[in-house]
Design a protein around this ligand. Structure first.
Ligand code: ASP
Ligand code: MG
Length: 483
């Protein structure tokens, strides 16, 4: 049966692909990424999401802070540099003059808007979260028309779309949350018609707008989240995060040279890894796709022949259930205790209301059943004020030696062994601690949540690398897949 042109685009499942900062870092990178998108657009409906060119968001924010001090030059100088950079990339990507003109005009409008934002900030010497969001969004707003131009130059019909038209959020500037119902309606109204006529929308990552139309950002690194929000809104068949690494690795390769790419992991495992600082995904990325079970791929735009990692609901059983290791440094262990606290019912409660009041996020908690001691971990940046607040809270108890000590140890690291199928697999904790014992690595504290998706332990920071190497080998993570 012959089908009319466009039929495929109407029927095919949508593919959302996001290109991160390094994947759009210069003209050659954008050209390579545009080739990838053009290839995919041959047989499915594709939505592209782009980050700012790498480094741009940081520079925009730095200049905004300078403008806040009254510096009128910083913003102007940065915009000049960015103008040269983006125009040079445009010239390299789009040879035809007629095609280049409208993109150039668009870039100029955005630069003019940027100039007004910096001028206003310098004049008022005030940088509200709302203005900071508008300034930080400029990078994505510049890269989307460039990418759309690159696609057009490859003969792919495309249109740059600002996500302020698509992603409706609350008004929490700097870390806004999407309103999915409204976002779904907007995507149906604005993106679906483009997809149905075979046009590839190129959407700005990182940003959205309140229902009143005020621009917001989803938080630093939020373009991943933009991609999954749009994917969920459109009921996409898959989402591909194109980045500069091969996927999710079994461990940080700078610490564990034998680390390798994991072919498939579950949403839960990926979330554990994101939480524990494996910086592959923005921590909120999977939130909206979990209910729909949409697979999310992590792939390397610099080596598109490699398969990458797919994140799915089920994951895939590999080896003994342990998938990956992760470690966090820059944390401190705080301990509150002494024999006097045994049976004092409110010590735990007061300890954690204190951390809650400070908004210090607690990464790990461990208490032995003898109740002699509660220990927990906070980021190094929060350690000092947490200890001070605790000493204040427990001043009376310290005076009467109900609480004997409140101590802090900054020379530690957390190592986590992650794998959803560890659940109900006996022996993993034993194996972990045997391996550490063999290497004479001392364990300071241990925690395993009852979800059994991860076992975390605390070691001296000097021992972290050895702990990673020993457990990586113990669980056979270095060897080719045994699934
Ligand atoms: N450009 C934004 C940032 O650097 C968002 C992103 O790249 O994901 O935070
Ligand atoms: Mg980024």
């Amino acid at each position: 049966m012959g089908s009319a042109p466009g039929w495929d685009h109407m029927k095919a499942k949508v593919q959302v692909m996001k290109f991160g900062g390094t994947s759009v870092g210069d003209a050659a990178c954008i050209a390579r990424s545009a080739q990838i998108a053009a290839g995919a657009a041959k047989d499915s409906a594709v939505v592209v999401v782009v980050s700012a060119m790498s480094g741009v968001t940081n520079r925009l924010i730095d200049a905004a802070r300078r403008a806040e001090t009254g510096d009128r030059q910083a913003g102007a100088a940065l915009l000049d540099t960015l103008r040269q950079q983006h125009e040079a990339v445009l010239a390299a990507l789009v040879a035809a003059q007629e095609a280049r003109q409208p993109v150039l005009r668009r870039l100029q409008e955005i630069f003019a808007e940027g100039q007004r934002l910096y001028d206003g900030t310098a004049l008022l010497r005030e940088l509200t979260p709302r203005t900071l969001d508008s300034i930080s969004s400029l990078g994505e707003r510049l890269s989307a028309p460039l990418f759309a131009g690159a696609l057009a130059a490859l003969g792919v019909r495309s249109e740059a779309v600002e996500a302020t038209e698509l992603i409706v959020t609350d008004a929490y500037h700097g870390g806004a949350e999407p309103r999915m119902d409204r976002t779904r309606e907007r995507c149906e109204a604005r993106l679906r018609p483009l997809l149905q006529t075979g046009i590839v929308p190129v959407v700005t990552g990182f940003i959205g707008a309140t229902s009143e139309g005020v621009l917001t950002t989803l938080g630093r690194g939020g373009s991943d989240y933009s991609a999954t929000i749009l994917g969920a809104a459109l009921g996409a068949g898959e989402i591909i995060i194109w980045t500069d690494v091969d996927g999710v690795l079994t461990a940080d390769p700078r610490l564990v040279p034998e680390a390798r790419t994991i072919p498939e992991i579950s949403y839960r495992e990926a979330a554990e890894l994101a939480y524990f600082g494996a910086k592959v995904l923005h921590p909120k990325t999977l939130r909206e796709v979990i209910p729909a079970g949409i697979p999310v791929w992590i792939r390397n735009s610099f080596a598109p022949e490699r398969p990458g990692t797919v994140i799915t609901r089920e994951g895939r059983r590999i080896g003994g259930g342990v998938k990956a290791l992760t470690a966090i440094r820059d944390v401190a262990l705080i301990s509150v205790g002494g024999p006097g606290i045994v049976g004092v019912p409110d010590v735990v409660g007061r300890t954690f209301s204190t951390t809650a009041e400070l908004r210090a996020s607690v990464l790990l908690i461990s208490q032995s059943s003898s109740q002699n001691d509660i220990c927990f971990i906070v980021s190094a940046a929060d350690a000092q004020r947490t200890v001070e607040a605790l000493r204040h809270e427990f001043a009376q108890d310290l005076a009467h030696q109900v609480v004997e000590h409140i101590t802090v140890d900054p020379h530690i690291a957390i190592v986590a062994v992650v794998g959803e199928r560890m659940h109900g697999t006996p022996g993993i904790a034993g194996q972990t601690f045997n391996a550490l014992g063999r290497e004479s690595i001392n364990i300071i504290a241990i925690a395993q949540g009852s979800s059994e998706t991860n076992i975390s332990f605390v070691v001296e920071d000097q021992a972290m690398k050895a702990a990673l190497l020993a457990t990586h080998r113990e669980f056979g993570l270095h060897s080719p897949l045994s699934d």
